[in-house]
Design a protein around this ligand. Structure first.
Ligand SMILES: Cc1cc2nc3c(=O)[nH]c(=O)nc-3n(C[C@H](O)[C@H](O)[C@H](O)COP(=O)(O)OP(=O)(O)OC[C@H]3O[C@@H](n4cnc5c(N)ncnc54)[C@H](O)[C@@H]3O)c2cc1C
Length: 428
C-alpha cells in the first residue's frame, strides 16, 4: 500500500459541482486541496461529452438556471466563466399546450408585486386572478407539507404553470413534491421580479461554462485533481477520519487535515458511518436530436400535454427534458425518441421534418425524490466526525437538488472546513 502523510490539507471527495465549488473556495483561501474523483472526468451529473453518433458535444441533460441563482452566478464569475453564458433579458418563458395549440409567455413584472396579472392578457390563458392569489399560500409552507397541501392541483394555472415548473425544479411528481424548497426557489426568483427570472443559457455546453473553467481555476491555484481515484475505504479513530483509501492507495490524514465528502447520497452513506440521507431517487430522461440545420425556434419552450416537458434548442441540436420520468426510463430509447420527436414537431411546427439522429440519455438517479419525507432526511454539512464535512445537492441546503443547491453546499462545507483549519492552525 502506498502511503502519503500530508499536513493542513483539504481532501475533497467527488468533482461534481459541489466538490468543485468547495475546491474553488478553498484554493482561493490558500488551502492545499486535492480533489479525488472516481470517474475520469469532472462534472458528475452536470457534464458535457462528445457523442460519436451525433458527432457533436452534448450535455448529459438540459439544465435550466435562472438569473436569481446568485451562487451559480458568483461561481461563474469567480472561475472566470461568466462571459460564457447568455442571460435572456427581459425574462420571457414561452409555453405551448399541445392539447389545443395555445401558446403564451410568462413575463414576470419588474417589481415584486405582479400588478400586470390584474389584466387577463398577462395571465396564463384560462387562469383567474384568484388562482394566482390562492397560490401565494406556498410562501407560508411548512416542512412537512407537500405542494398539494398548499396549492390547488386542479385547474388551468396548475396544469399550465405550476406542474411544469415544479416538476422541472424538484424532479418529483409535482403534487407530492415538498413545498418548502419550492417556496425558497419562488422567493429567490419570481417573488423578486423580472431581473431574477431571466433564463441563463450555456451556449458552449455545461462543461465549458461550469466544469472545465473550475478545474482550470483549481489547478492554476495549485490545487490537484486526481481522476479515476475512487474512495473505497475510510478509517476513523475516535471522533475523526484518520485515513482514506483509494484502492491500493492510502492517505493518512494529519491533525490539521479536513475531508469534504461531495459524493452522491448513497455513496456517502455507504462510506461514512452514521450519516443519514435521502434514500429514494428519481429519473430524468433527455433526448438530443441533431437536426443538421438551424431552425428559427425558441431556445427554451415549456411544453404542456406531451411527453416532453421542456425543449431546448442550441445550434443544430434540439433537446428534450422529461423529469420524474419513471414511465419513460425503462422504455427502449427508440420508443422514447419517437414520442419526444412527435412533441418537437408539434411544438416547433416541424411537421415535415423526419426524425434525425438522436441520443437518449437516461439518468436513473438524477436527483433524490424530493418529497417531505425524503427532504427531512437531508443532513447538515457538519457530521459527528470532527474533520468531515458534507456537500452535495442532497444535503440540507434548503433548496431543491439543483446546480444552485450543489454550488451553495460546496461553498458552505468549505467555509466550515476553513473555520476548523484556522482554529487548528492549518496552512491558512
Ligand atoms: C439529467 C439531469 C438534469 C438536470 N437538470 C437540472 C436543471 O435543469 N437545473 C438544475 O439546477 N439542476 C439540474 N439537475 C441537477 C444537477 O445536475 C445536480 O443537482 C448537480 O449536478 C449535483 O452535483 P453534486 O456535486 O451535488 O453531485 P454529483 O454531480 O453527483 O457529483 C458527485 C461526484 O462524486 C463522484 N463520486 C462518486 N462516488 C465516488 C467515490 N467513491 N470516490 C470519488 N468520487 C466519487 C461522482 O463521480 C461525481 O463526479 C439535473 C440533473 C440531471 C442528472
Amino acid at each position: 500500500m502506498v502511503r502519503h502523510v500530508v499536513s493542513g490539507r483539504a481532501h475533497i471527495i467527488g468533482a461534481g459541482l459541489a466538490g468543485l465549488s468547495a475546491a474553488v473556495q478553498l484554493v482561493g483561501h490558500g488551502i492545499s486541496v486535492i480533489v479525488h474523483e472516481a470517474a475520469g472526468y469532472a462534472g458528475g451529473r452536470c457534464r458535457s461529452f462528445f457523442d460519436h453518433k451525433l458527432e457533436c458535444e452534448i450535455d448529459n441533460g438540459n439544465h435550466l438556471v435562472l438569473s436569481g441563482n446568485h451562487a451559480t452566478r458568483d461561481f461563474l464569475r469567480l472561475i472566470g466563466a461568466d462571459n460564457t453564458i447568455d442571460v435572456h433579458s427581459p425574462a420571457d418563458i414561452p409555453f405551448v399546450d399541445l392539447a389545443d395549440g395555445t401558446r403564451w409567455s410568462v413575463r414576470p413584472d419588474k417589481g415584486r408585486i405582479p400588478w400586470s396579472l390584474m389584466s387577463s392578457r398577462n395571465r396564463v390563458p384560462g387562469a383567474s386572478l384568484s388562482d394566482y392569489l390562492q397560490s401565494c399560500r406556498i410562501m407560508w409552507a411548512k416542512d412537512n407539507q407537500s405542494v398539494k397541501d398548499v396549492i390547488s392541483t386542479g385547474g388551468v394555472l396548475w396544469r399550465r404553470f405550476w406542474a411544469p415548473v415544479i416538476v422541472a425544479v424538484t424532479n418529483t411528481d409535482p403534487a407530492a413534491a415538498g413545498a418548502v424548497p419550492m417556496r425558497q426557489v419562488f422567493a429567490e426568483t419570481f417573488a423578486k421580479g423580472e431581473a431574477a427570472c431571466r433564463p441563463v443559457f450555456f451556449p458552449q455546453g455545461l462543461g465549458r461554462s461550469l466544469v472545465l473553467p473550475a478545474v482550470d481555476f483549481v489547478t492554476a491555484m495549485s490545487g490537484e485533481l486526481r481522476f479515476n481515484h475512487r474512495l473505497t475505504g475510510v478509517h476513523k479513530i475516535n471522533d475523526k477520519v484518520a485515513a482514506l483509501e483509494f484502492g491500493k492507495d492510502r492517505i493518512d490524514l494529519s491533525e490539521n487535515d479536513c475531508v469534504i465528502s461531495a459524493v452522491p447520497a448513497a455513496v456517502a452513506q455507504k462510506m461514512f458511518d452514521g450519516i443519514d440521507g435521502p434514500n429514494a431517487f428519481s429519473p430524468i430522461v433527455n433526448g438530443h436530436f441533431r437536426v443538421n440545420q438551424v431552425f428559427n425556434v425558441l431556445p427554451l419552450l415549456g411544453v404542456v400535454g406531451g411527453t416532453a416537458e421542456w425543449l431546448f434548442s442550441r445550434g443544430d441540436v434540439v433537446s428534450v427534458t422529461a423529469s420524474a420520468a419513471t414511465s419513460l426510463v425503462n422504455l427502449p430509447s427508440a420508443t422514447v425518441a419517437v414520442r419526444f420527436w412527435r412533441d418537437i414537431q408539434a411544438a416547433y411546427g416541424l411537421v415535415d421534418v423526419p426524425m434525425p439522429s438522436f441520443r437518449i440519455v437516461k439518468e436513473k438517479r438524477a436527483t433524490f425524490l424530493q418529497t417531505p419525507d425524503q427532504l427531512s432526511r437531508r443532513p447538515d454539512r457538519r457530521t459527528q466526525w470532527h474533520n468531515l464535512y458534507l456537500a452535495g445537492d442532497w444535503t440540507d441546503t434548503g433548496l431543491p437538488a439543483t446546480i444552485e443547491g450543489s454550488i451553495r453546499s460546496g461553498a458552505s462545507a468549505a467555509s466550515a472546513a476553513l473555520v476548523k483549519m484556522n482554529k487548528m492552525g492549518g496552512n491558512t
